[in-house]
Design a protein around this ligand. Structure first.
Ligand code: SF4
Length: 422
């Protein structure tokens, strides 16, 4: 009998990637066949993000475009998009399952009557064997208790729950394969991890110690809970990458208060300064929002000043959007034109900071793990260095997962190019 085909389309963060790996594994174990081309799929799984309005609209627009083709496809909506659509009908009909209970999917798919909502509090699915790529995503916790006034995550992902260290280690061991090059520990706020006597510093140390042959990274840190002890570990363990993603959101104390972030610009600057004293060249990246409610010109200037003061290695920058259930839903953001113009100014400034920092790399040697062969040439490869910078490597006798020392020879756009030295 011909097997029913499926295709997963993922929008969102590393947690969505993780969920997609879990769903793929569950469906394949039940005999479904994964296909590359969406046209060949009978079932389309849209694993979407609802954290930002833009991401949600993109995912919903994609589903509507497929529905318009009327070719009898069935749909599964997963991830926090599923949670966000709970009890909403919008355009959903009997061709949809909206679910975060992934283990139930095979059973639900066998029933003829779709239009099902199966929203659970989400397990961590650590017992599922996934076919993972270079980066092994490992959730160490789920949910969030912070209720930042603009953020819908606590409503979508629920209360914060940390998973046991044994469970985390087992999840890693079960899913390491020949492609694994790095472990990415995931949580909405990894710094508030707490299970028995373990805090995040101890979990990180245990993972770094136990999996010495793999690079270890983590996402995301909250500035209020972030401890420089984490950076001390980076100095101690070679495989613990010196990269810190520390979302600041805005450079205005007035707005930080409004956002319920529980730190000031001064606190943030101090934590970055201490971190740089411990690991001088640590890479610091961030998230910044513009067009926030009550954001005046002075507040925006403070954000630009912070970008200059910190000299971020990279930043994810975006416009504020209202999200259901949140406190900020009841506040108006800035005028659209003002928000767009501020975002452009911010992006331009951060790009110039990034370019300047990248130029300082020219002539220096960095350690790169090779992840892909370039389509342009058999001697050109793509990888990342320990600071999470993408690097194009030229050289011979290189294979995927090789750890190579590369001399950076030029920066093209915002990409460093280097030559393999050894
Ligand atoms: S810390 Fe704030 S921004 Fe981050 S997930 Fe929790 S509520 Fe959202």
């Amino acid at each position: 009998m011909k097997r029913e085909t499926f295709k997963i389309v993922t929008y969102g963060c590393e947690m969505n990637d993780y969920d997609s790996e879990v769903i793929t594994s569950i469906l394949k174990s039940d005999g479904y066949e994964e296909v590359f081309d969406i046209e060949d799929a009978k079932i389309v799984v849209v694993n979407g993000c609802s954290v930002r309005d833009h991401a949600e609209k993109r995912a919903l627009g994609f589903i509507q475009s497929l529905k318009g083709k009327k070719d009898g496809k069935r749909f599964i909506i997963a991830g926090c998009l599923a949670k966000s659509l709970e009890n909403e009908n919008i355009f959903l009909d009997e061709s949809f399952i909206v679910s975060t209970e992934y283990k139930k999917l095979p059973e639900l798919l066998k029933q003829n009557n779709f239009k099902k909502f199966e929203i659970s509090s989400e397990g961590n699915y650590s017992d599922i064997l996934r076919n993972t790529d270079f980066t092994l995503n490992i959730p160490i916790m789920k949910g969030c208790n912070n209720f930042c006034s603009y953020c819908t995550v606590p409503y979508l992902r629920g209360e914060e729950v940390s998973f046991s260290v044994d469970d985390i280690i087992e999840n890693i061991k079960r899913n390491i394969n020949e492609k694994t090059g790095e472990i990415m520990l995931l949580g909405q706020n990894v710094n508030s991890y707490s299970y028995d006597s373990y805090d995040f510093v101890r979990v990180l140390e245990r993972v770094a110690k136990e999996f010495k042959e793999l690079r270890v990274r983590f996402l995301t840190s909250h500035p209020k809970d972030f401890s420089p002890d984490i950076v001390k570990l980076m100095a101690e363990y070679e495989n613990l990458c010196p990269h810190l993603h520390l979302p600041v959101q805005t450079g205005s104390d007035k707005l930080l208060k409004l956002l319920h972030r529980d730190y000031t610009v001064k606190d943030y600057l101090e934590k970055v300064e201490i971190s740089r004293k411990i690991v001088e060249d640590i890479s610091i990246t961030t998230d910044i929002m513009v067009g926030l409610p009550y954001e005046g010109e002075e507040d925006f200037k403070e954000t630009l000043k912070l970008v200059m003061d910190i000299q971020f290695d990279d930043a994810f920058m975006y416009k504020f959007s209202k999200r259901k259930n949140t406190l900020a839903y009841y506040m108006d953001g800035c005028d659209k034109k003002v928000s767009s113009s501020r975002l452009k100014k911010l992006i331009d400034l951060q790009r110039s900071v990034k370019e300047k920092k990248l130029k300082e790399l020219v002539g220096r040697e960095v350690e790169v793990i090779v992840e892909k062969v370039s389509k342009k040439s058999k001697n050109e490869f793509y990888g990342r260095d320990r600071h999470n910078r993408s690097v194009v490597v030229n050289g011979e006798n290189i294979t995927i997962k090789d750890k190579v020392i590369v001399r950076i020879v030029k920066i093209k756009g915002i990409t460093p190019y280097g030559i393999k030295k050894r």
